[in-house]
Design a protein. Sequence first.
Length: 291
Amino acid sequence: MSLVHAVEVPRLPLSRLEPVIGGPRYAELIGAADRVRPVLARRTIWNVNSTAAGGGVAEMLQVLVGYVQDLDIPIGWLVITGDAGFFAITKRLHNQIHGSLSGAPLGPAEAGHYAQMLAANAVELAARIRPGDVVLLHDPQTAGLAAPLARAGARVVWRCHIGVDWEDEVTRAGWEFLRPHLAAAEAYVFSRRDYVPSWVPADKVWIIPPSIDPFSPKNQPLAADTVRAILVQLGVLDGAAPTVPATFLRRDGDVGTVSKPAVIIGEGRPGPDDPVLVQVGPDPVGYPAAG
């Protein structure tokens, strides 16, 4: 059974971004693509992560890969496989980088299992990736692939979508777990400067804010009655739902309907006219909703 799976992404028209970002920035984007193509010389940019659906990285790649295809730049998306033990380790590692120690500290046994699982994936990846190809490894689940892919001739970049703007013993332990695996990367991409560990060479760091698609269902305008219908259906608001359906448009243009309630911890619900203070952020003990 194959451990590595390719994700097919439809080409997306880049031109739809022009009204959003403006003519000058759109022209700059097209010019950058024109400069990149001859540098790549038909080498491929590969994105590698650990899931094709769910989570912010997968959501991001589903559109970014499509836009880059429309620029006629060779690009692909590969997803690695891990067993339950591997994902339990990487979830604990993720939590540590966010400052939360879940369970005992990660030790040699966990480090060995992490490396073993990624070594198996690396064998298959090396068979697909040509020397000179650019490989973008996403998040801690893929860090252990940097060294074997670099030895295979790939130009490896590691992109980290998580982090906190402070450090303590817990966060340092998480980064020390990853540090030996990341030495082979040629560049590092973080969402914020404050997320960069002190041992990462400053001249190899690039800061790119989260790449959120402006046409994501999360960004679409909704009528007030539709918003209320969705919130009541989720169980966030008290009261009867409006008569309009709790619908939204999916990325592919199909109509989706919110039909299941959310899991909510708390007593009581606000009414539709109550003032509410809302804090939106990642789950402190899980994966963030968006990358």
